[in-house]
Design a protein around this ligand. Structure first.
Ligand SMILES: NC(=O)C1=CN([C@@H]2O[C@H](COP(=O)(O)OP(=O)(O)OC[C@H]3O[C@@H](n4cnc5c(N)ncnc54)[C@H](OP(=O)(O)O)[C@@H]3O)[C@@H](O)[C@H]2O)C=CC1
Ligand SMILES: O=C(O)CCC(=O)C(=O)O
Length: 488
């Protein structure tokens, strides 16, 4: 642990240089498992700094887009190798900066490596179609061109994977990038960019600017030289970003919240369903947009499922994610802790039956951190706040239904539509679920979280701007189609 006078300062990365903010202001980052542990400071930038970052990205754009896809891919392969070589150090920074356990942080960092390699390969794949022309002497085809400068605004909950799954496709398809990571995880963000810098990307192709959302985030969205904005975070901020971007004709992509259900039918393998509910709902302290938060169980197995679930929940070890044997870390920050505690109080006052947890953890090892017990409510009904709003914490709401039809109606009775799971052994239930569930990601006999980098990811309803990230789907956002007609 460093003393406050020794902590390092993480600068912006603009035009190939590590640069302090013109304001001279910094913000200290501390460990949510132990707030006495200070990791370092990040720059709190101004719009002047942002203008420099965007102008550097704009200047780099012409030469970057002229490179072949395979040449751009080589830079991504180099960044992947460097990130992989620093996996332990970057994962430890992530754990100390936002609380996720070290094994999870390591898994996420390796996922970043895999995403970089996947998109490096994209530089060699087809980007268009040949379309028969009505003129037999002409050739008609589509190609794709980059947007130009892409602004990337990312949250704190996946501080390596999300920046990379936005930057890697932006770069491989020929865009230059200005990223503003959540200030909450500005140091992890800076370390990711160190890997890009060390990979030797041409000056200005990748720029990092730390600062607050309302200043730097909004400034990026409103900047006339930023042609595309990709955002993951809250619905409230996302919707405003969409409006600002639309108002000036910029392309935008928003990934926002979820209120993801798991349906457990009477014929389900209950042990499997319990494992997946715990993993999907409580890993990362429930701070995933894909986290399970509603567990809709058929009445025949409701009591048996609840008993098994509670037994497993009691075994969860909560503590500092750097320690061996800890399964669940703290909430990422004080706001998150307070948000979770207030939803717990609301659930109690609205008639939810608290059957596990419900409190902030106190005592040795807990007092300097933002720890909350894994919490389960039973007898939750759909009009209750905890059945409707995203909590982003380790809280599960159990709901009882009499039929699979009722389960599906309940599962769809929210404004979100990101991910959903069903546990069943019956093919007719699987098919009803696939057809009727209003979610971008439907999973059968598997937890609601867990995204594969090569598949499209995104939500329906209020969960996204209806675009998809990751896999080949990313090309749709990061490029424009150009239709070409050639005749001699
Ligand atoms: N879908 C998901 O994966 C996520 C969902 N959330 C949900 O949002 C809740 C609140 O979390 P929070 O971190 O406050 O989420 P925000 O939506 O505020 O933050 C996400 C990103 O947007 C930036 N931002 C904030 N305000 C603006 C703005 N006016 N213009 C442009 N960018 C802005 C933030 O910057 P900065 O933080 O540096 O100010 C951060 O980089 C969570 O409890 C959870 O419910 C949160 C994170 C991820
Ligand atoms: O489930 C996952 O792996 C991805 C979750 C995610 O994208 C998010 O929480 O923002």
């Amino acid at each position: 642990m460093s003393s406050p006078t020794e902590i390092p300062t993480y600068l912006n990365y603009i035009n190939g240089q590590w640069t302090p903010a013109s304001t001279g202001e910094v913000e200290v980052r501390s460990n949510p498992a132990n707030t006495n542990d200070k990791l370092g400071t990040i720059a709190m930038s101004s719009l002047d700094d942002l203008n420099l970052a965007v102008s550097s990205a704009k200047q780099a754009s012409r030469a970057w887009k002229k490179l072949s896809g395979s040449a751009r891919g080589d830079y991504l392969f180099k960044a992947a190798a460097i990130l992989e070589s620093r996996v332990d150090e970057i994962a430890e920074t992530m754990t100390r900066e936002m609380g996720k356990t070290f094994p999870e942080a390591k898994g996420e960092t390796m996922r970043g490596v895999a995403i970089l390699r996947y998109y490096a390969g994209e530089g060699m794949r087809s980007i268009g179609d040949v379309i028969p022309s009505t003129d037999s002497e002409a050739l008609m085809l589509t190609t794709r061109v980059p947007l130009g400068v892409v602004g990337v605004i990312t949250p704190w909950n996946f501080p390596v994977a999300i920046p990379i799954w936005k930057m890697a496709p932006a770069l491989i398809y020929g865009n230059t990038v200005v990223i503003k990571p959540a200030a909450e995880t500005g140091i992890t963000g800076a370390k990711v960019i160190e890997c890009f810098a060390a990979a030797g990307f041409p000056v200005g192709v990748v720029n990092l600017i730390n600062g607050s959302g309302p200043v730097i985030g909004q400034g990026l969205v409103e900047h006339p030289d930023v042609h595309g904005i990709t955002f993951t975070g809250s619905g409230a901020v996302g919707k405003r970003i969409g409006q600002w971007a639309l108002a000036r004709g910029a392309k935008y992509q928003l990934e926002m919240g979820g209120k993801n259900p798991v349906i457990v039918t009477a014929d389900a393998n209950l042990d499997l369903a319990v494992e997946a509910t715990i993993s999907g709902g409580l890993r990362s302290t429930g701070q995933k947009c894909t986290a399970t938060s509603r567990v809709i169980v058929q009445s025949e197995v409701y009591e048996a499922f609840q008993d098994k679930l509670l037994q497993k929940v009691q075994q969860i070890t909560v503590g500092d994610g750097m320690k061996d044997g800890i399964w669940m870390g703290p909430c990422a920050n004080e706001n998150q802790l307070n948000k979770v505690l207030s939803y717990i109080e609301k659930a109690k006052s609205e008639g939810g039956k608290l059957v596990a947890g419900g409190n902030r953890l106190q005592g040795e090892g807990y007092d300097q951190g933002y720890f909350v017990q894994p919490t389960v409510f039973s007898d939750v009904t759909t009009e209750m706040t905890i059945a409707q709003e995203e909590i982003f914490g380790p809280v599960l709401a159990l709901m009882k239904v009499d039929s699979v039809e009722e389960a599906l109606a309940l599962a769809n009775d929210v404004e979100y539509g990101l991910s959903a799971s069903i546990f069943t052994t019956r093919i007719d239930h699987m098919l009803s679920f696939i057809n009727e569930m209003e979610a971008g990601l439907v999973r059968i006999n598997a937890e609601s979280a867990g995204v594969e980098l090569q598949a499209p990811f995104g939500g329906m309803k209020q969960s996204s701007s209806h675009s998809r990230e990751q896999g080949r789907a990313a090309i749709e956002f990061y490029t424009s189609i150009k239709t070409v007609f050639i005749k001699s």
